[in-house]
Design a protein around this ligand. Structure first.
Ligand code: FAD
Length: 260
């Protein structure tokens, strides 16, 4: 059988078009396919919700690939064991409360399970603005990352979501945009982004779960972004908090979306 180059092009264009059109109106739109964003998406889709993730880079996984100082091992604590086991990640006991996993296996397993569960991940697409109506964040403005990188004058498009989750890590990009442009007051002590504090694993891991919540109407934060917004420490190369944080936000959103 001969292969027709045009058929290959048609297949890609038709299928992607369909996928992107379906992403224009969803239950939850997550920005950032790091560990927190993907875990959040996984639990949401498992609950039957329609979820998309927009990821700026070619690859998913955010900062998880590099473990600590580019040593591709991650450390998690006992209470996170169950989550990683659910994703099929092999865990090795180190000592007492500490477990180790291969960072490459962790990212690829989390990603595979999340996509297979039904989440749509769009790589190479960046969130560059938010959609705000009647004092509530209700969607995103997205554009090709290549447009942003090349600084081209190309207009973005808008998509609608019942809730938006900022999982962009240290940069807290969506909250920063919302703070600057929407005029909405954030639910932090100062009403503004508090900024992340110096590295302290124990405090950071504890506060990240507490800080994973709604930061202004319609907009949630999870992962490192939560501590950056609420003024808590970074935690360095321990990844348990990221996973717990993603799961917590998913559980809260499932409750809210079921009620509504
Ligand atoms: C490049 C990089 C370097 C890091 N270096 C360190 C370090 O030296 N020390 C340390 O303690 N922690 C570091 N971290 C963070 C650390 O890895 C975190 O503890 C953990 O990865 C955070 O997980 P997360 O899911 O919250 O976010 P991340 O793993 O940071 O993932 C966030 C994702 O969001 C994407 N993103 C950001 N903005 C947008 C946007 N507008 N639109 C679409 N996608 C977007 C990013 O490309 C990224 O994939 C780094 C993270 C990254 C991405």
């Amino acid at each position: 059988m001969s292969l027709d180059d045009i058929k290959i092009s048609q297949a890609i264009i038709e299928s992607y078009n369909k996928k992107l059109r379906s992403a224009l109106d969803v239950d939850v739109a997550i920005v950032g396919a790091g560990p927190a964003g993907m875990v959040c998406a996984y639990y949401l889709v498992r609950a039957g919700l329609k979820v998309v993730i927009f990821e700026r880079k070619l690859s998913v996984g955010g900062g998880m690939w590099g473990g600590g100082i580019m040593f591709n091992e991650i450390v998690v604590q006992e209470k996170v064991k169950k989550i990683l086991e659910e994703f099929g990640v092999t865990l090795r006991h180190y000592e007492s409360d500490y477990y180790l996993a291969d960072s490459i296996e962790s990212v690829s397993s989390i990603c595979a399970k999340t996509v297979q569960a039904g989440a749509k991940i769009f790589n190479l697409l960046s969130a560059e603005d938010v959609m705000v109506r009647r004092g509530r964040i209700c969607g995103l403005v997205i554009n090709w990352s290549a447009v942003e990188i090349a600084n081209l004058h190309v207009d973005p498009v808008t998509m609608k979501a019942k809730f938006v989750v900022d999982a962009t890590g240290h940069a807290a990009e969506v909250v920063r945009i919302a703070e600057r442009k929407s005029g909405l007051k954030l639910k932090t002590k100062s009403g503004r982004i508090m900024g992340e504090r110096s590295m302290w694993a124990e405090a950071g891991e504890e506060t990240i779960v507490r800080n994973s919540k709604e930061v202004c109407s319609g907009l949630y934060v999870c992962g490192m972004c939560a501590n950056a917004v609420f003024g808590a420490p970074r935690m360095g190369p321990i990844f348990g908090g990221m996973l717990l944080s993603g799961k917590k936000v998913a559980q809260e959103l499932i409750k809210r979306l079921r009620k509504g």
